[in-house]
Design a protein around this ligand. Structure first.
Ligand SMILES: Cc1ncc(COP(=O)(O)O)c(C=O)c1O
Length: 398
C-alpha cells in the first residue's frame, strides 16, 4: 500500500532542519554572554530589519500586539479617540486600540484582496466623530493600497499605522516594502509568521527619529534616564535569544518567500486547470465553484503568509471535515469578524453590516503554503479539494 500523504498547515520542523547548524552556535553565544534582554544582539537585529524594510528606524518589542500598542501610544491615542481598522483581521488589530480606551471603527474589505481599500476606509471615515489614526492590515501577506490610504490619512491629518504582522517582505504597487511608507510599520515574529521566532517578538519601523526614541522609552516603562519616568510605558522588550535567532532567519526570508510564491503559483495553475475562478469573482461565473487568491503584478510582491481559497458557504464546513479525513491541515482566518465578537457587541449596531467581511468569514479556508511543501503534497491538496467541490457543490447549493 502506498504511504499516506500528510500535509500539515505549517511544518516548522522542516524549516528548522535546514538552519539548525546556523542556529545552535548562536544560541550558545547568547547563553555564554548571559545578556538576555535587549543589548547588542537586539540592536543589530533592529538595524537589519530597518534596512530590510527600507525604513530609517526599527524598535524591537515583545510581540506584534505590543508593536501596535507602541505605535498607538506614540500617536497619543487614548480614551474618546477613534481608529479605523478592518474587521476581517486577527483580534490584536482592534484589541490594541481598545486596550488604550479608544474605539475601533471597523471598515469593510475588498473581496478580491481581503484588504481594506480607499472606498471602505472612506465609508468608515463618514461614521467617525473623532478620527485619530488609520490602521490598515496587509492581510495574508498582500500590501494594501498604501498610496491611496496615505493620501486619505494625510487629508484627515492622522497617522497611518500599518499592521504588517503578516506582511514582512511584501511590496506595494510602487515596489516599496511594507513598513517603509506609513508613519509606523508593526511586525509580529510569532512562530507561524513568515519570519517567526522561537517565542513571541515584535518590531515597529518608522522614519521619524523622535517617534523612534519615544517608542524606545515606551517599551521600557517610559524610562529615561534609568529610574526616571516622564510617561508611563510598557514592559515590552525583545530578548536577545529571539533577536539572534530572527537575525539568522532574516537572511533566509527572501528564499522562503520565493518558496511560498512558487507553491501559490502551482496551486493557482492547478486550480485554474480545474475550472476555478479568482477571489472577487462570483461562483456563477466559474466552471468550478471555487475561488483561488487573486495574484498581484510586479513590482507589487505577495508573500503568502496564507493561501486562502473560497467555496460556497453551504459546503465550507463539510469540506473542512473532508480535509481532516485526508490529513490536510487548514484553518479559517477568520470565522468571526471583529465587529461580531462578543467583547465588541456594543459596537455592532453602529458599525452596521460589513457584507464583504461577513461573507469572507463564511466562505474562506487557508490551505498549506509553507516553503518546504513537495509537489506531491500540493497535488494531494488540490485533488482532494477539487474532487470534493466538484461532487458536492451543485448549482442549487451555490
Ligand atoms: C494581523 C495581525 N495583527 C497583529 C498580530 C499580533 O501579533 P502577535 O501574535 O505577535 O502579538 C497578528 C498575529 O497573529 C496578526 O496576524
Amino acid at each position: 500500500m502506498p504511504e499516506e500523504i500528510n500535509v500539515p498547515l505549517l511544518d516548522l520542523r522542516a524549516q528548522y532542519d535546514t538552519i539548525r547548524d546556523e542556529i545552535e552556535p548562536i544560541l550558545r553565544d547568547v547563553v555564554e554572554s548571559q545578556w538576555f534582554i535587549m543589548g547588542p544582539k537586539v540592536a543589530d537585529f533592529e538595524q537589519a530589519v530597518a534596512e530590510y524594510c527600507g525604513a530609517q528606524h526599527a524598535v524591537g518589542c515583545a510581540s506584534g500586539s505590543d508593536s501596535l500598542l507602541l505605535a498607538l501610544m506614540a500617536s497619543d491615542i487614548g480614551p474618546g479617540d477613534e481608529v479605523i481598522c478592518p474587521s476581517y483581521t486577527f483580534f490584536a488589530t482592534a484589541g490594541s486600540i481598545w486596550r488604550l480606551g479608544a474605539k475601533p471603527i471597523f471598515c469593510d474589505i475588498d473581496p478580491a484582496t481581503y484588504n481594506c481599500t480607499v472606498e471602505t476606509v472612506s465609508e468608515a471615515i463618514g461614521r467617525c466623530k473623532n478620527l485619530k489614526a488609520i490602521m490598515p492590515v496587509h492581510l495574508f501577506g498582500q500590501a494594501v493600497d498604501l498610496d491611496g490610504l496615505m493620501t486619505l490619512a494625510c487629508e484627515n491629518n492622522v497617522p497611518l499605522i500599518e499592521d504588517a504582522a503578516q506582511g514582512i517582505g511584501c511590496r506595494d504597487v510602487t515596489g516599496a516594502r511594507v513598513g517603509s511608507r506609513g508613519r509606523f510599520g508593526c511586525f509580529s515574529f510569532f512562530p507561524s509568521k513568515n519570519l517567526g521566532g522561537f517565542g513571541d517578538g515584535g518590531m515597529v519601523t518608522t522614519n521619524d527619529s523622535d517617534i523612534a526614541d519615544r517608542m524606545r522609552r515606551l517599551r521600557n516603562h517610559g524610562m529615561e534616564p534609568k529610574y526616571y519616568h516622564d510617561e508611563v510605558g510598557l514592559n515590552s522588550r525583545l530578548d536577545a535569544l529571539q533577536a539572534a535567532i530572527l537575525h539568522i532567519k532574516l537572511k533566509h526570508l527572501d528564499s522562503w518567500s520565493e518558496g511560498r510564491r512558487t507553491n501559490a503559483s502551482d496551486y493557482d495553475r492547478m486550480f485554474d486547470e480545474a475550472g476555478a475562478g479568482r477571489s472577487g469573482m462570483s461562483f456563477n461565473d466559474t466552471d468550478l465553484p471555487l475561488l483561488r487568491p487573486s495574484a498581484v503584478e510586479s513590482p507589487a510582491y505577495q508573500i503568502y503568509n496564507q493561501y486562502v481559497i473560497r467555496v460556497p458557504e453551504s459546503i465550507r464546513d463539510d469540506l473542512r471535515a473532508h480535509l481532516v479525513e485526508n490529513r490536510i491541515g487548514h484553518d479559517v482566518y477568520y470565522p468571526v469578524p471583529l465587529h461580531c465578537q462578543k467583547c465588541f457587541s456594543g459596537l455592532k449596531e453602529e458599525t452596521g453590516p460589513l457584507p464583504a467581511t461577513e461573507l469572507a468569514a463564511r466562505e474562506t479556508i487557508a490551505i498549506p503554503v509553507y516553503p518546504e511543501l513537495s509537489m506531491e503534497q500540493k497535488q494531494h491538496v488540490v485533488e482532494t479539494i477539487v474532487s470534493y467541490v466538484r461532487s458536492h457543490a451543485t448549482v442549487g447549493t451555490v
